[in-house]
Design a protein around this ligand. Structure first.
Ligand code: AMP
Length: 190
């Protein structure tokens, strides 16, 4: 069973590469950003609460996203494997994921990190904002806040997964196919 975590700042290309890897390895995609946006579109109470954080570029509270992941994993017990995209984003989330996967007997194969520099991230997100309709992709100060939150809250996960020998990085610039190829080569070495 292949269980991968895609890691990297907003705009690094996690969603694009997730689509590619899902197709190649027939994995289940778990994107907390997509799950939250679905809740917003359905105007649920959870969605309304999440939106107030997301529109400003802050993280949604751990309890909300961990609960969503738990529900999703318990529903998809028969999956071939998973790609976690945008989760975990805090050390508390990583610990909760480890506990949850342990209880289900599912090991994490590895964390794959995409490296992209800040200026490129901002350009990519603003460009995506033209078509995505996402409010958090359309405002430079919100984008900068998302990158800052990533550096403060999410980057520490590097040490968490390094300590488990599960942290692998590739250069996240170039064509989508080239980046995918780098990821596939990395996965084959794990
Ligand atoms: P994404 O689609 O992964 O870029 O996520 C968009 C926004 O959803 C983030 O800026 C956060 O506000 C929220 N979000 C997504 N995943 C998480 C998570 N694992 N923990 C907390 N907030 C999240």
């Amino acid at each position: 069973m292949l269980n991968l975590i895609l890691f990297g700042p907003p705009g690094a290309g996690k969603g694009t590469q997730a689509d590619f890897l899902i197709e190649k390895f027939k994995l289940n995609h778990i994107s907390t950003g997509n799950l939250l946006r679905r809740q917003i579109a359905s105007e649920t109470e959870l969605g309304l609460e999440a939106k107030s954080y997301m529109d400003k570029g802050f993280l949604v509270p751990d309890s909300i996203v961990i609960g969503m992941i738990r529900t999703k994993l318990l529903k998809n017990k028969e999956a071939n494997g998973y790609i976690f995209d945008g989760f975990p984003r805090t050390v508390a989330q990583a610990k909760a994921l480890d506990e949850l996967l342990d209880s289900l007997g599912i090991p994490i194969t590895g964390m794959l990190c995409l490296i992209v520099e800040k200026k490129e991230l901002i350009d990519r997100l603003l460009y995506r904002g033209i078509t995505s309709g996402r409010p958090d992709d359309q405002d430079v100060s919100v984008i900068e806040n998302r990158i800052k939150v990533y550096q403060e809250k999410t980057e520490p996960l590097r040490d968490y997964y390094m300590a488990q020998n599960k942290y692998h990085c590739v250069e996240g610039t170039g064509s989508v196919e080239d980046i995918a190829q780098r990821l596939i080569e990395t996965i084959s070495t794990i």
